[in-house]
Design a protein around this ligand. Structure first.
Ligand code: ADP
Length: 457
């Protein structure tokens, strides 16, 4: 039986995004929400809504039993997890499938493999993806670590196998600091993930973050939808993403894209995935794979014309990929700005009531957001409240349109990151696309220094 009712196990803009794709396909939606989200836009628009618990995510959006019960009560035949929350939880995916509910995501075994970074790296290497030089799997013995580190050359990076969000990671500048820093990383990893398994990698000095979007049908067919450049990051959080990358040639795109698509075909990967690389001096180095939809997927939609959520739903329903690689045309340029409810320069969270809201519009401007005037942003969750995605035939045209669209956006009642994006769009390096993963933090530090100096004089 084809999917007819999807339970959306998420909140905010991504819940709305999934609802929209489902309704365009004639599929009903079930919103599940915490008590803090009863007034959320996706809850209002969904065909059915079930309150699954109190504000704390651990008791609502991460509550397996409550979500499965909501699916059973409402007769949902599929679950879309969005991103974050349960999207990369293999155990939950297993439970969903055991209840005869379709999981709109990869096979649980692939979520599991890619969720363990040591396993993921081994798998990627075996599938022919270029790796960052490093230890051959996990290392626990300090003598062995010193040996590996000397071989790959300092600085090295100690990374936790269960790591995520940049935690459990330490740069080791020289051998005399190895033991102390690895122990620190292990403590951090144990506290955050309950697992202190570590591995070592060459620390790349100044790379870009380039990731490829892939789709597989689960039966050995796979395609890639090109890359996204997400190098503008703060504390490993992406701030601004674009597609295509200003530094990747069409030849490299198709070569690397072909390698990742072949890897996914060999794995018999199912659904959407993102293969993340660091890119330095023209070379790609695999760092991890995300087995879910990404926040920044709309820039890929803009340059390919494909609806990635629709594709996910089709695949979960057992259909073939809707396009062949040779039919995918990359056209134009797209940029996404993440708009958070926070101080634009100190990044202090700023939840609260939206007094006034006006969304940017016009040609090639897309806003993915559940905001409306009178809505109160709850303090319990991620601070991202909107994504502004702009398309242009050229990168330059896209940047000009983005500047205009940011001018039009009005969000009153809370602080937002709109002024940060406006200032970024004045920076020559951003305009020319000349930035790496270090650029934003360095620029922010310079900016803070200049502000301090100005306030002192
Ligand atoms: P997480 O799952 O914690 O996000 P990743 O492996 O994706 O971990 O790494 C997070 C970030 O750390 C990357 O986006 C990059 O900025 C940086 N990083 C990871 N590996 C390296 C490396 N070998 N050299 C330099 N920076 C790295």
């Amino acid at each position: 039986m084809a999917i007819s009712r999807i339970l959306i196990a998420n909140r905010g803009e991504i819940a709305l995004r999934i609802h929209r794709a489902a309704h365009e396909m004639g599929i009903e939606t079930v919103a599940v929400h915490s008590t803090a989200d009863a007034d959320a836009m996706h809850v209002r628009l969904a065909d059915h809504a079930v309150c699954i618990g109190p504000p704390a995510a651990s008791e609502s959006y991460l509550n397996h039993a409550a979500i499965i019960s909501a699916a059973e009560i409402t007769g949902a035949d599929a679950i879309h997890p969005g991103y974050g929350f349960l999207s990369e939880n293999a155990k939950f995916a297993d439970i969903v499938e055991a209840h005869d509910i379709k999981w709109i995501g990869p096979k649980p075994e692939h979520i599991r493999t890619m969720g363990d970074k040591v396993q993921a790296k081994k798998t990627a290497g075996a599938l022919g993806l270029p790796l960052v030089p490093g230890s051959d799997g996990a290392v626990s013995d300090f003598d062995e670590m010193r040996e590996v580190a000397a071989e790959i050359g300092y600085p090295v990076l100690a990374k936790a196998a269960s790591g995520g969000g940049g935690r459990g990671m330490k740069v080791i500048p020289s051998e005399d600091q190895l033991e102390t820093l690895v122990k620190q990383a292990q403590n951090e990893a144990m506290a955050a993930f309950g697992d202190d398994t570590m591995y070592l990698e060459k620390y790349l000095g100044n790379p870009r973050h380039i990731e490829f979007q892939v789709f597989g049908d689960g039966r050995g067919n796979a395609i890639h939808l090109g890359e996204r450049d997400c190098s503008l990051q703060r504390r490993h959080q992406k701030v601004f993403e674009e597609a295509p990358s200003p530094v990747i040639s069409q030849e490299d795109r198709m070569r690397m894209g072909g390698i990742v698509a072949d890897a996914m075909a060999t794995m018999e990967y199912r659904g959407a995935g993102t293969i993340e690389f660091l890119w330095e001096d023209g070379k790609f180095y695999f760092i991890e794979m995300n087995t879910r939809l990404q926040v920044e997927h709309p820039v890929t939609e803009a340059i390919t014309g494909m609806d990635l959520v629709r594709e996910q739903i089709r695949i979960a329903d057992g259909k073939d990929l809707s396009v062949k690689q040779e039919d995918i045309v990359f056209s134009g340029h797209a940029i996404e700005c993440r708009i958070n409810a926070e101080d634009p320069f100190t990044f202090a969270p700023s939840p609260g009531k939206i007094e006034y809201y006006h969304q940017a519009g016009g040609m090639h401007v897309r806003v993915d957001s559940g905001l409306y005037a009178g809505y109160t942003i709850p303090p319990y969750y991620d601070s991202m409240i909107a994504k502004l995605i702009v398309y242009g035939r050229t990168r330059e045209g896209c940047l000009m349109r983005l500047r205009r669209a940011l001018e039009e956006m009005v969000i009153q009642g809370v602080k937002t990151s709109i002024p940060l994006h406006q200032e970024l769009l004045k920076q020559p390096d951003v305009l020319s696309g000349d930035y790496t993963i270090k650029w934003l933090e360095e620029w922010l530090a310079e900016r803070a220094k200049a502000e301090n100096a100005a306030s002192e004089s």
